[in-house]
Design a protein around this ligand. Sequence first.
Ligand code: SF4
Length: 114
Amino acid sequence: MDDALLQKFQCLRCGKCCMWEGPVRVNEEEIEKIALFLNIPLKEFIEEHTVLAPDRKSLSLKETPDGACVYYDREAHACILQSVKPAQCKAFPFTWNFPGWENECEGGKALKGK
Ligand code: SF4
């Protein structure tokens, strides 16, 4: 998909990126904000709600057994962490995406024909 078309992307909150398996990386500042938002002591949040990313370069949020982010509310179609959402989540699909994302993501599908 070319850049000009990608700039027209609008999230339709389908949650496909949140349910796609793979690490949701969080940095120190994000971890602090999320722990505060969830009212969980920082040490406890790190120990119980994050894991080391596969490349061991950062921590990432825990996943459900099917690889989805645990903070995606499937019934509400919303991120529980919306106000403290990690930068990686905001960056989809601009700086990262996955093969065939435009056929999975509702916002990507909507771009077809534009
Ligand atoms: S933190 Fe929120 S936006 Fe990011 S993957 Fe999880 S549910 Fe999706």
